[in-house]
Write a protein that binds this ligand. Structure first.
Ligand code: UDX
Ligand code: UDX
Length: 437
């Protein structure tokens, strides 16, 4: 059993803390946000993530998972410290390492014996070296090994992804630290999960290369979807047939209003910046970013077209605010770009999301929020679906039509039946499929 401290108890830190304690280690999750720690200590889970509450409660009850805002004390008591604070996009589009650097200083000042300092946050290549330098600058006697252990979990399926990863990447400089990290993940590798051991720099690169590739795949299918619209092809059939080629795989070939979330948008920008700064530009990634930004704007043009450009003073129902289903996260969601443009065009926006409304209200208190999809579409002149929540997949289209002022719908997630929309006389559009005449 290892004594582990996690600094940063967000989506990644809390899920990792829960998962690592489930592996049998003793974990203390820490955060500078004292209110968050208070809530966790009183049994409240501050984010919505399927399976997280039972994972956390089970391990707290077993006495293996603790929460504390006393970061120095937690560092003193541990032999491995995971850094899992956010690395948001900075003003120059590069990753903002302010939080990571602050944590590195705190760790340096509190190293009282040999420890492993391990970064889980996504950080630009070379950050490991920078963290080592910071620790030595505040504590020249520091006795530690640095490890890069990027996390690949997805929000919405984070617990499942953490407990059953495709692989675990561990970038180390010493055999001692590699062996210690293997011990942390022992329950996984005895289950034959591949453990990829690399240098620190290669591990940092793997995370960006993987995320940017997935983002590229989405932008590619979105471009193909847009072309399908122009030439009368169906992107679902195209993607399905493409995906059956084992070299391509069916995953991440779903077209939509553009990717969002806390990772793809910022990581593609960060990787592109690293490429430019290293005299090794990545034009494919730059293109994927541009395509994604225009895909979000394209949804606004489509909706306006559907409403025959008569949007001023009209009521638009927005179903789905989260950047994907099964999460309350609205960071970089398509809704964040599309809704302000609808408001700017003079529409009254009535929004509904099963989980993410409170988070969205922090950014856009000015629009109207409803408690159900039925209330949101009531009297609407058009409806736009932005997140593929299951409850929207099962929408009763007869009911929808009877509630709306005009039956016009833009299904940016392609979850509704074209046949049913046609037979009920909807004016409709989607991404890359047949639209109404
Ligand atoms: C994670 C990763 O860390 C990021 O690199 C990756 O690219 C996306 O996922 P995430 O868990 O989503 O970030 O971040 P967030 O939910 O914002 O949580 C970060 C936590 O760290 C917050 O609770 C914040 O209060 C805490 N924090 C931040 C600290 O404890 N100390 C700090 O100095 C800064
Ligand atoms: C992503 C990576 O998948 C994960 O490995 C990494 O650790 C963090 O970043 P996440 O952002 O949580 O995870 O969710 P993901 O399921 O990858 O979706 C990201 C965005 O892409 C969402 O907006 C989603 O709607 C969009 N997407 C995904 C598509 O538009 N089409 C697809 O086929 C897949």
């Amino acid at each position: 059993m290892r004594q582990i401290t996690i600094v940063g108890t967000g989506y990644v830190g809390l899920v990792s803390g829960g998962g690592i304690s489930e592996f049998g280690h003793e974990v203390t999750c820490t955060d500078m946000d004292q209110d968050k720690i208070k809530r966790l200590n009183s049994g409240e889970i501050p984010i919505y993530e399927p399976g997280l509450e039972s994972l956390v409660k089970r391990n707290v009850a077993k006495g293996r998972l603790h929460f504390s805002s006393d970061v120095p004390q937690a560092i003193h008591n541990s032999n491995i410290i995971f850094i899992a604070v956010g690395t948001p996009q900075g003003s120059n589009r590069e990753a903002d390492l302010g939080a990571v650097e602050a944590v590195a200083k705190t760790i340096g000042k509190n190293l009282n014996s040999y420890k492993i300092v391990c970064t889980k946050s996504t950080v630009p290549i070379g950050t490991g070296k920078r963290i080592e330098d910071i620790i030595y600058s505040v504590n020249p006697e520091a006795d530690f090994d640095y490890v890069s252990n990027p996390e690949f979990l997805r929000e919405g399926s984070a617990v499942k992804d953490f407990m059953h990863p495709d692989r675990v990447v561990i970038g180390t400089r010493t055999t001692k630290s590699l062996n210690a990290m293997r011990e942390v993940y022992r329950p996984l590798y005895i289950n034959e999960t591949p453990i990829i051991s690399t240098s620190v720099e290669t591990a940092e690169m793997i995370k960006y290369a993987a995320n940017a590739y997935l983002a590229l795949k989405i932008s590619y299918i979105n471009e193909i979807a847009n072309l399908c619209e122009a030439v009368g092809a169906d992107v679902h059939e195209v993607a399905r047939a493409m995906g059956l080629d084992g070299r391509i795989s069916p995953k991440f070939l779903h077209p939509g209003p553009g990717f969002g979330g806390s990772c793809f948008p910022k990581d593609t920008h960060a990787l592109a910046a690293i490429g430019r700064n290293s005299d090794s530009p990545l034009p494919t990634i730059e293109a994927a970013i541009k395509t994604n930004e225009s895909q979000k704007r394209r949804m606004v043009t489509k909706l306006k077209r559907l409403m025959k450009n008569d949007i001023k003073g009209k009521s638009v129902a927005v179903l789905g605010l989260a950047f994907k289903p099964q999460t309350d996260d609205v960071r970089e969601a398509a809704s964040r770009v599309i809704i302000p443009k609808l408001v700017e065009s003079g529409a009254t926006v009535c929004a509904y999301d099963p989980i993410a409304m409170d988070n969205f209200k922090n950014h856009h208190p000015d629009i109207q929020y409803r408690d159900s999809w039925q209330d949101a579409v009531n009297g609407a002149d058009a409806c736009i679906i932005l997140t593929e929540w299951n409850e929207f997949r099962g929408i009763d289209l007869n009911k929808l039509k009877s509630l709306m002022n005009k039956p016009a719908i833009l299904d940016t997630k392609n979850i509704l039946s074209i046949e049913k929309l046609e037979s009920l006389g909807f004016t409709f559009d989607n991404v890359g499929r047949k639209k109404s005449e």
